[in-house]
Write a protein that binds this ligand. Structure first.
Ligand code: ADP
Length: 557
């Protein structure tokens, strides 16, 4: 509940849209109740007039009925328009809010939440929150407002009917929905979790399809996904049941209230205490009054799912980033680009083993050093630490004498370029993939970067040159080409520090040679850390250091 209120507060900039939607919704309900009640009265009066039992000035009521019908239709249209506008604006706000909190968590967030799970929170949970205003806040407010007006209106004619209607509205609008809420909360939570599990498994399956096929595990994985899908359907079915039974019981209550009204009013009309047409008016008015609470069972059934979605979003939004950004006033910009690791120790969790213990390394500005070592020795950790993706517990890391803890994120990103084994290419043109590194680069600069990366000719042969679309996840570029795109990005960015993380891993000798040639250009004058086991790659650095858990030795090469 507190999570929902917190997210609702984010929507305050759009309160005018939200209140406007609620006002229009109330107009729709009240116009509808008035229309039905007045029509009942009017038809009964006209019938009596036809029988010669009374006279009626029909012009004014007929015009009023027409007016109410037009008002109802117009307000309904306006209500849909305004409530949807309000919802979409709120969701846009929510997405930005969530992303702003997700970003500082950095790659470390992936330790806690899997990619598919994060994706589903961004997509499905935020979408679930469109319920918050549209299906929860607006209908509940409308029910309260309209309920009060209708009951007061009925009381003007007959207090007993007003009390009867009030009781029936409370039953259909509060008691039954609260029961539905109790059932819907568990189902809703299960539903959100089941959907996240299914999304996660589906994403995993698609990403790992190659491995699954090789390991012959496709069938097993398919059964797992099918099982999760069935679980999702079970939860959905349960929630549908809750909604359907709620609606059926509300309908029953409304019809019982109609009968009750007739039982109360007929003796009064028979006794001549009330004009006959009012019988039709009150009976139809009572029946129509249930429109005010009609949306409540759905509202409360959606409550569980929406609250669970809010809880999951807030959980991420409140997660503390593993690294703290420096106080903007204290942030410093390095003027030199030598790097020093001084007795650095790091572990991923408080109780975990040290991933890096007392690691020291100094690089002069412009120097290139290679890092080798067994898998798990801590090479990736070293690269992550200098990029401030992870926090270290002891020692100090400096760039140009400035602690990395005092360098703000934007400066650090400007200072460091990375070429890694995996290069993510966006499904956009080659030009756009390069401009990511420098959005205002001219075509000449882009071409020069491609030339230096040894890609100019190959790209000139592509059908649309720089505007050729890269297939999803870079499928239309070879591994070597993709890495040279990353190198071209690094040329454009022209950061003074270069981190090369197994840049030629998985390439054949020919591709490796071309990538290394491009890297050789790129490394000129840059402080470079190269993680690699490839002798041809290591030949490009002045010094190679072996990283090992037990003893850290520096070896010349
Ligand atoms: P290398 O790059 O040399 O293979 P890493 O830096 O990846 O080594 O790993 C160093 C140690 O830190 C290993 O023991 C590894 O299990 C651990 N480690 C790496 N990444 C994580 C992580 N995200 N969470 C927990 N432990 C990790």
């Amino acid at each position: 509940m507190t999570d929902l209120l917190r997210l609702l507060k984010l929507f305050t900039p759009y309160r005018r849209w939200m209140l406007g939607g609620i006002a229009l919704g109330s107009v729709v309900i009240l116009a509808n109740v008035a229309l039905l009640a007045l029509s009942g009265w009017f038809i009964a009066s006209m019938a009596l007039a036809g029988l010669g039992l009374q006279t009626i000035a029909y012009f004014a009521p007929a015009a009023l009925i027409r007016g109410l019908a037009i008002l109802r239709t117009g307000a309904r249209y306006g209500e849909r328009l305004v409530t949807h506008e309000a919802t979409l604006r709120c969701l846009a706000e929510l997405r930005v809010w969530f992303y702003e909190r997700l970003e500082p968590l950095g790659p470390a967030a992936m330790d806690t939440w899997r990619g598919g799970d994060l994706l589903s929170r961004i997509r499905a949970d935020i979408d679930s929150l469109d319920n918050l205003y549209l299906r929860i806040v607006a209908p509940v407010t409308n029910a309260l407002l309209c309920g009060i007006v209708i009951v007061a209106g009925l009381a003007w004619f007959d207090t007993r009917i007003a009390l009867l209607d009030l009781a029936a509205l409370m039953l259909a609008g509060a008691v039954l929905p609260l029961l539905a809420l109790k059932l819907g909360d568990a189902a809703g939570r299960g539903l959100t979790e089941a959907r996240a599990a299914l999304d996660g498994a589906a994403t995993d399956t698609v990403r790992g399809l190659g491995e699954l096929a090789v390991l012959g595990a496709v069938t097993r994985q398919r059964e797992r996904v099918a099982g999760l899908a069935e679980r999702l359907i079970r939860h959905q079915r349960r929630q549908m049941w809750v909604g359907a039974i709620g609606r059926a019981l509300s309908g029953l209550t409304a019809n019982l209230a109609l009968w009750g009204t007739l039982i109360l009013v007929i003796p009064r009309v028979a006794a001549g205490d009330m004009p006959g047409p009012q019988l039709a008016m009150l009976a139809l008015g009572v029946l129509a009054s249930f429109e005010a609470v009609a949306a409540l069972p759905t509202a409360f059934a959606a409550f569980g799912e929406t609250a669970a979605a809010a809880r999951r979003l807030v959980e991420i939004a409140d997660a503390t980033p593993v690294v703290t950004a420096p106080d903007p006033a204290a942030a410093r910009t390095p003027a030199r680009f030598d790097i020093a690791f001084d007795d650095v120790s790091m572990r991923y969790r408080d109780e975990a083993d040290w991933a890096l213990a007392g690691f020291s390394l100094t690089l002069e500005a412009g120097e290139a050093v290679g890092l080798v070592g067994d898998s798990g020795a801590g090479k990736s950790t070293i690269l992550a630490l200098i990029q401030r993706f992870r926090e270290f517990q002891a020692g100090e890391i400096t760039i140009g004498g400035v602690s990395v803890r005092d360098i703000d994120d934007a400066t650090l990103r400007q200072t460091i370029s990375v070429v890694a084994q995996r290069t993510h290419l966006f499904n956009a043109s080659i030009r756009d993939n390069l401009l990511l590194a420098k959005p205002d680069a001219s075509d000449d600069e882009v071409r020069e970067a491609l030339r230096l990366a040894g890609l100019e000719e190959e790209i000139a042969h592509f059908p649309d040159g720089l505007d050729t679309l890269v297939g999803e996840v870079g499928t239309r570029l070879s591994g070597g080409q993709a890495r040279r795109v990353a190198i071209a990005r690094a040329f454009l960015r022209d950061a003074r520090i270069l981190l090369l993380d197994e840049p030629t891993e998985g390439l054949d000798a020919d591709s490796e040679a071309r990538v290394l040639e491009a890297l050789g250009n790129l490394m000129q004058g840059k402080t470079t850390l190269l993680v690699s086991h490839r002798p041809r790659a290591l030949a490009f650095v002045g010094r190679v250091m072996r990283v090992s858990k037990s003893d850290l030795v520096t070896a010349g090469s």
